[in-house]
Each structure stands twice: as structure tokens, then as C-alpha cells.
Design a protein around this ligand. Structure first.
Ligand SMILES: Nc1ncnc2c1ncn2[C@@H]1O[C@H](COP(=O)(O)OP(=O)(O)O)[C@@H](O)[C@H]1O
Ligand SMILES: [Mg+2]
Length: 291
């Protein structure tokens, strides 16, 4: 559930290296194509110790963005995928039996607080409110994590950053936060990129040519323009990339879009027929790559 990545270089070194680093090509940087000013807003908020909320639909690049920011800032990244069974102990830590000893094991949030890592709580609305109360003193000016079971309160190490994401299409965790906490959080809104940028993202990520990427993006944008009655989600950049990956294996664009876009987006037979008709119009005249 928790994963770690990113360099462990010193905090000061990280801050120093980000100055002007964007201009230099860096092969180890996670590929992220900025859509607007989100990179400078994130870095400004992080440097000022403000927590960050990323809002946006699933599959629009939030996770990749945080990976790129942690890289640029030279901080380790600890990601927690939130779900409704997540407990405070899952975040903070618990006593575990090792042989005949009980030992305390830090949870991912506590590790981030001690190490000065960036902690990314993905889809934080999925977690119950009694789990996320522990975030309040961390998200506001106190930057503290109370650990009840240990009877201690930790001050966040320099470099610690709290980042949460959620999909505003669902309910909002923000309304559960106190105003004083909300005001310490900086919000960055994500949407799908403009067509030309999304084309280069799909081409890069799926390894397809520009014409294939452009056709997929035209189709994806047409779906997004629909009044999406029966769709669980609109077609995200992620599903377009998945379709691209299938064409890279030799499937036609139509086959790929049926499998990777239409299938995942709906279980409703009539909605699905509508999508397949769109695929016929937008994609099926295209030949298979290599034909
Ligand atoms: N702006 C972007 N730059 C680079 N890749 C992107 C961008 N937006 C989306 N992607 C691609 O789409 C995929 C899904 O994005 P992800 O970050 O997992 O979405 P989210 O976390 O918002 O659900 C990523 O793995 C990446 O391949
Ligand atoms: Mg994500």
C-alpha cells in the first residue's frame, strides 16, 4: 500500500539543485509535462511548509506530477493509496509481535514525518474521517504528528510535506477540515491537458507515432464532450495510453479503443453501444499500424 521512491539527497542540496534545474535535461526525472503553472505553485507551497491538495479526475496525471515534484525537490516520496478500511494505525504505526517481543513499527506517515519526506495520500476521501483527523495538526501551522500509542508528539522534520489528492466528482474531504486547516492548504486543480499536449503525452507513454496518438486523443476528447450520463468516468489520459499500448502490440485502433476505453468506462449495454459507434466513426477507418 505504501511505496517509496525518490532520491535521498539532503534537504539543502535538494533545494539548491532545484534552482534552474528545470532547464537541464534529467533522464532520471519522472516524465511529467506541465499543463499550467502547477509546478511553480507546488514548489512555492512546499517551500513555505504549506500542505497541498491536488484536485482532479482520475488518470489526469496527479500521481506522476507528485513523483516529478519530489524528484525536483530532492525529497523521498512516500505514497499511501487510501481506502475505506485504512486505519490511523495503518498511517501512524502499530505494535507488532516479533518472536516473543512486541516492537513498534512506524507507519508511512510517521516515517515521512521523521525523515522529512513528502507524504502523498492518494484519494484521501476514500479514508474515513476518524482516520484522517490525525492529519489536522500536521496540515496546519503546528506541523506535528501526535502518536497516542507512544504518548509522544513528533515535530515534522525539515523537508516534510503533506500532499493529498481527491476527485471532486465524489464527496469532499475538505468540508470536514477546520477552516484554519483549510486555509493552510494550497489547492492545485488538474484537468485533462489540451489536445496537442495530450498527444505528446500519449505518444511518449505508449510509444506510438504522432498520428496514432492524435487519433486516440481526438476520440478521447469527443467522449469528454458527451453528456456523460452512463459513464463512470470520462476517458482519461490513462485509458488513452492503455489503448496506445495495445496498438503498439499490433491491435487496430478500433480494437484497442474498444478494449481499453469503452470496456472500462461502462457496464451499461446501451452506453457501450454508443461508444462503439463513436469508435467506428473516429477510429475504425484507420489502418492497423504497419498495414
Ligand atoms: N501531464 C502529464 N505528463 C506526463 N504524463 C502524464 C500526464 N498526465 C497524465 N499522464 C500519464 O497518465 C498516466 C495516469 O496519470 P496518473 O498520474 O496516474 O493519474 P492520477 O494520479 O491523476 O489518477 C500516467 O501514468 C502518465 O503516463
Ligand atoms: Mg493517482
Amino acid at each position: 500500500m505504501a511505496s517509496e521512491s525518490g532520491s535521498a539527497s539532503g534537504f539543502a542540496a535538494g533545494l539548491a539543485s532545484q534552482n534552474g534545474a528545470q532547464a537541464r535535461a534529467d533522464a532520471s526525472r519522472p516524465y511529467y509535462a506541465p499543463v499550467g503553472n502547477e509546478e511553480s505553485v507546488f514548489k512555492a507551497a512546499y517551500r513555505q511548509g504549506l500542505s497541498i491538495v491536488l484536485k482532479g479526475p482520475t488518470g489526469c496525471g496527479k500521481t506522476r506530477f507528485v513523483e516529478a515534484m519530489a524528484h525536483d525537490l530532492g525529497r523521498p516520496l512516500i505514497t499511501v493509496a487510501c481506502h475505506d478500511d485504512l486505519t490511523t494505525a495503518d498511517l501512524v504505526g502499530r505494535y507488532l509481535l516479533r518472536g516473543d517481543e512486541t516492537v513498534w513499527v512506524d507507519g508511512p506517515l510517521t516515517r515521512a514525518v521523521r525523515e522529512g519526506a513528502i507524504c502523498y495520500l492518494d484519494e484521501v476521501v476514500e479514508a474515513r474521517q476518524d482516520t484522517t483527523v490525525v492529519l489536522h495538526p500536521l496540515a496546519d501551522y503546528r506541523r506535528q504528528l501526535p502518536i497516542e500509542r507512544l504518548g509522544v508528539t513528533l515535530d515534522a522534520a525539515p523537508g516534510f510535506g503533506l500532499v493529498v489528492s481527491y476527485n471532486p466528482g465524489y464527496q469532499s474531504v475538505l468540508k470536514d477540515l477546520k477552516d484554519s486547516t483549510r486555509q493552510r492548504m494550497v489547492a492545485i486543480e488538474f484537468g485533462f491537458p489540451a489536445a496537442d499536449l495530450e498527444e505528446s503525452i500519449v505518444a511518449h507513454e505508449a510509444g506510438v507515432d504522432t498520428a496514432t496518438a492524435a487519433a486516440l486523443v481526438r476520440f478521447g476528447q469527443a467522449i469528454r464532450r458527451l453528456e456523460t450520463g452512463g459513464l463512470r468516468e470520462v476517458a482519461s489520459t490513462r485509458v488513452l495510453i492503455a489503448a496506445g499500448l495495445l496498438t503498439a502490440e499490433g491491435l487496430s485502433l478500433g480494437e484497442a479503443a474498444r478494449a481499453a476505453v469503452a470496456g472500462p468506462l461502462t457496464d451499461d449495454a446501451s452506453v457501450s453501444r454508443g461508444l462503439v459507434e463513436m469508435i467506428d466513426v473516429y477510429l475504425d477507418q484507420q489502418a492497423r499500424p504497419g498495414d
